[in-house]
Design a protein around this ligand. Structure first.
Ligand code: NAG
Length: 400
């Protein structure tokens, strides 16, 4: 009898404590949900929903609770260049859950000089889940191809000076310029992204990174008219895995060394990627100009080439329009680059092409199990100013 009473009292006590804990806890961390439609966004594809985005960001930013901005299904016209600034945000956990499609104005002149369509500056802890971003870039590409004077175009999504960023399950279509850009970021995880634009669209890089550390890009499919992924100066600890690239210009480190003073690229892993009908597979490219930039400690591993024009290439004599570089050589120092388990077909007779700086030769270049064919025969290799070695079962024709 006594034990029974004690036990029910204990139960009541535990229940009360739990309830208290729950109520208090909820007040501390209750997530704020913000529905874009309740802020005036219209899913008709015709009404500009820019203001709703700005309002949603303001609410999320001023909340101390983790916040989710929900964009329900439907098409939302976003006519303005949006800036999500985090400098004075109280919030370090803002998620966009996007079930709908965001559409840029059809007239490319509206955003053509804006720089970026969706710009995230100085934000911490921002995630984007899902969403289709339709840049409607075809008009601008046609303008550029016609040789007329056209605005440069807008990058679709750009994160600058930001940290703890997640981009997951997002689709970027037909950007005017770059699709997704991370500049000055720390700890970025981009996963399950899709990028799609015409193979003939100019300057539509899939994902561009520069001045950033701790960026991971995984399980992503990119078809576009320029580099699938381009890696600029000032990069460390970059991990790229399981990318399907094509059409496009491949994965490129560079162009580097345009400036005299430039931070280097160090510790990059690019693994398990396929390149289908691309212009390059994996490329390192620098201007033929003086620079103190460098590329160090890069691993290319488990790559498949399906008719890539230049499957493996280092070009240190980049000089478009022969302006600003003739007679000069690249100062960018390239060292400790490993190519391991790279196979498939080259669309040109040369599968491996190293054209390094005559001043600073590429050093410690390793080819390990590199098997590239051209018309079912081993593809050739050329090495200029390159010091390296061949390991494993890579074909003969040691060009070092
Ligand atoms: C290289 O980068 C990876 C992430 O891509 C990181 O895990 C590793 O610790 C880095 N290595 C060094 C030596 O910094």
């Amino acid at each position: 009898m006594e034990t029974k009473v004690t036990s029910s009292l204990t139960h009541v006590l535990i229940f009360v404590l739990f309830t208290l804990f729950f109520v208090v806890n909820r007040q501390l961390v209750a997530a704020t949900n913000i529905n874009l439609v309740s802020l005036g966004a219209k899913s008709d594809g015709l009404t500009d929903s820019s203001r709703a985005f700005t309002s949603a960001w303001k609410i999320a930013c001023e909340s101390r609770n983790p916040s989710t901005i929900l964009v329900p299904q439907g098409r939302y016209l976003v006519n303005k260049a949006l800036v999500f600034n985090g400098r004075n945000c109280k919030n370090k956990a803002i998620s966009f859950v996007i079930r709908g499609t965001l559409v840029a104005p059809a007239d490319f002149r509206v955003l053509g000089n804006a720089g970026t369509w969706f710009s995230f500056d100085d934000v911490t802890g921002v995630s984007i889940f899902g969403g289709v971003f339709d840049g409607q870039g075809a008009g601008l590409w046609a303008c550029k191809r016609s040789g007329k004077t056209c605005p440069p175009g807008a990058t679709t999504i750009r994160f600058s000076n930001s940290m703890n960023i997640v981009v997951n399950g997002l689709t970027s279509l037909n950007s005017q310029l770059y699709h997704i850009d991370f500049d000055g970021c720390k700890e970025v995880k981009a996963e399950g992204v899709q990028v799609s634009a015409s193979g003939a669209s100019p300057n539509t890089d899939g994902i561009h990174v520069q001045h950033s550390t701790g960026v991971t890009i995984m399980n992503t499919k990119i078809g576009t008219g320029d580099d699938c992924i381009s890696i600029g100066a000032g990069i460390s600890n970059l991990w790229i895995e399981n990318i399907a690239c094509g059409p496009g210009h491949g994965i490129s480190i560079g162009s580097l060394g345009k400036e005299l003073n430039e931070p280097g690229v160090v510790n990059v892993t690019i693994k398990s990627c396929t390149f289908v009908g691309t212009k390059n597979g994996v490329r390192i490219k620098s201007w033929g100009r003086p620079s103190n930039g460098f590329v160090r400690h890069v691993l290319f591993q488990h790559l498949t080439m399906v008719n890539a024009q230049n499957p493996i290439i280092i070009n240190q004599n980049y000089c478009p329009n022969e302006r600003g570089c003739p007679g000069k050589v690249s100062g960018v120092r390239i060292t400790d680059i490993t190519y391991q388990d790279i196979h498939g077909a080259s669309r040109t007779p040369i599968g491996v092409k190293f054209d390094c700086s005559s001043k600073y030769h590429c050093t410690n270049i390793k080819l390990n199990d590199v098997h590239l064919t051209y018309r079912n025969k081993p593809a050739g290799k050329t090495c200029i100013n390159t010091v390296g070695s061949i390991f494993g079962s890579s074909q003969p024709n040691n060009c070092f």
